[in-house]
Design a protein around this ligand. Structure first.
Ligand SMILES: [Zn+2]
Length: 256
């Protein structure tokens, strides 16, 4: 699933293409997507595009168009005419199109008056709230980090990577983390997200992510998806456990 870095790269890449430009029409190609055009009052100028957690938000003068990519969705910028397979929605501009391509059809499209998703603080922002917030939860730290109401933007890949860098066992109750561990976790979250942004995100077979220009993301996970392979730090085989219904990868020696 695309996480904060992939969504942020998508927004940054599309910004110069769509900001201040007029959206002429919006074509819904999948009956699972609501007919949002009448709500937006097209044609209408795009005032801005921004990221809210893992949501992509197109701001129009009166409404917001909010897209969540979920498991396999991506947005592509395209100046051609043909419609690629799995395209569910097309935003038509005078000079090109934004395609919403989503093989598993789990992504969502909605129109909102204001951005009002129930999201915790953004994972790229100030994380000083963690000391107090973690103290109040007995959930495994990995499960806690994935809950967007606690902290917005992390998913299965970067939560695992951050916990590895911080040397914290993902099964530990959130409330058991000490001040030094929380300090390491805050630093590790920012490090993995910034590394992933610099690499244009992560492309794996299970997230099908490409930038809007069709490029792969080049972030190389240290532990995610590496079950049985040697830990990059100590050589111990990486283990996989299920936590909150999600596969979780960690080094049993480096993470305590
Ligand atoms: Zn290790």
């Amino acid at each position: 699933m695309p996480e904060l870095p992939e969504v942020e790269i998508t927004v940054r890449t599309l910004r110069p293409k769509v900001e201040g430009k007029e959206l002429r029409a919006l074509r819904v190609l999948d009956p699972k997507i609501p007919q949002v055009s009448p709500l937006l009052g097209l044609p209408a100028k795009v005032d801005g595009i921004f990221r809210g957690g893992k949501h992509i938000v197109f701001a129009f003068p009166k409404k917001l168009l909010v897209i969540h990519l979920r498991m396999s969705g991506r947005l592509a910028w395209d100046e051609g005419e043909s419609v690629p397979k799995h395209t569910r929605l097309i935003l038509e501009f005078p000079h090109g199109r934004v395609l919403f391509i989503d093989p598993r059809r789990l992504g969502t499209v909605e129109v909102m008056e204001e951005f009002s998703k129930e999201l915790g603080p953004d994972a790229l922002g100030d994380l000083s709230f963690l000391e107090e917030a973690l103290r109040e939860s007995k959930a495994p730290i990995k499960v806690w980090l994935l809950d967007q109401r606690n902290i917005a933007g992390l998913g299965n890949i970067y939560a695992a990577e951050a916990l590895f860098l911080a040397g914290i066992d993902p099964r530990r109750p959130a409330s058991s983390l000490g001040p030094a561990e929380i300090a390491r976790l805050k630093q590790a979250i920012h490090q993995v997200l910034n590394e992933a942004l610099a690499a244009m995100g992560t492309t794996l077979s299970d997230n099908a992510y490409l930038t809007p220009a069709g490029e792969i993301g080049d972030y190389q996970p240290r532990v995610y998806g590496k079950e049985g392979l040697p830990c990059p730090t100590c050589g111990t085989p990486i283990e996989r456990v299920e936590l909150g219904g999600r596969g979780t990868y960690f080094c049993p020696r480096c993470q305590r």
